[in-house]
Write a protein that binds this ligand. Sequence first.
Ligand SMILES: C[S@@+](CC[C@H](N)C(=O)[O-])C[C@H]1O[C@@H](n2cnc3c(N)ncnc32)[C@H](O)[C@@H]1O
Length: 267
Amino acid sequence: MNDAQDVQVQYRDDQNLNARIALHARFSTNPYGWQRWVFDILERAGLPDHAQVLELGCGPGDLWESNRARIPAGWSLTLTDASDGMIEAAQQKLRELPMAPTFRTVDAQSIPFADRAFDALIANHMLYHVPDRQQALGEVRRVLKPGGTLFATTVGEEHMKELWNLVEPFVPDIHDRTQGVSRAFMLQNGGEQLARVFSNVARYDYEDGLEVTEVQPVVAYLRSSTTLMHCTLEPSQWATIRRTVAAHIETKGTFHITKASGIFVAS
Ligand SMILES: C[S@@+](CC[C@H](N)C(=O)[O-])C[C@H]1O[C@@H](n2cnc3c(N)ncnc32)[C@H](O)[C@@H]1O
């Protein structure tokens, strides 16, 4: 369900991820903003003024784009992802960032940097994709300085459940499939995994939901995830999904989707 080839196809470039980010950006109920909240947590950790910061699985670099005015001038950023396409997208997006990050294609299971090189390591919504997570966490520990901090965001069991309920009539095990992608490292089980490697692990949850008032962004989100879920829907099934969402919006004013996301801070 989460094999390396599917993950590669899914993240060949930033298109699929952008369709999902667009739904969150337009219809989230918490006006504070996810990336801003994640950056608050980084700030609260009291990193040094000249922190060496490594991000694994940076995707198109939205954490830095959303917080560009807040990044301390002395930080040195190394942004990495297993996908060349993601690195190109991040480079493009962040080319005017004053501290000129270093970009590099890196698999989290084999981090090509020296021991004790970084004060902070960020792994947002990516550890569940890594086939050998114990190996990756060992690498994380190796490249962190003593007292360094790992920040790792992920989702919880209930995340986006109403969205996948739309597909369930056609793919009865869809909830197993969606959980198959993220189950390996969720809010419910990530803490235990980190506690095997770090002595202090704290979890913080972000309160949010989606109230969607248009059909198309819901369909675009679902379409963006079909390779990872191994499912192909017929045109008539897509039409049924469209009608169901439209009927919700018509009668209730919105199509509600539960969100469950949070961050682990481990040192
Ligand atoms: C859900 S996206 C998250 C992107 C970004 N961190 C964010 O929160 O918006 C997952 C990212 O992890 C990357 N990824 C998947 N497996 C990886 C691995 N083994 N090592 C490094 N990156 C990986 C993917 O290419 C993709 O860009």
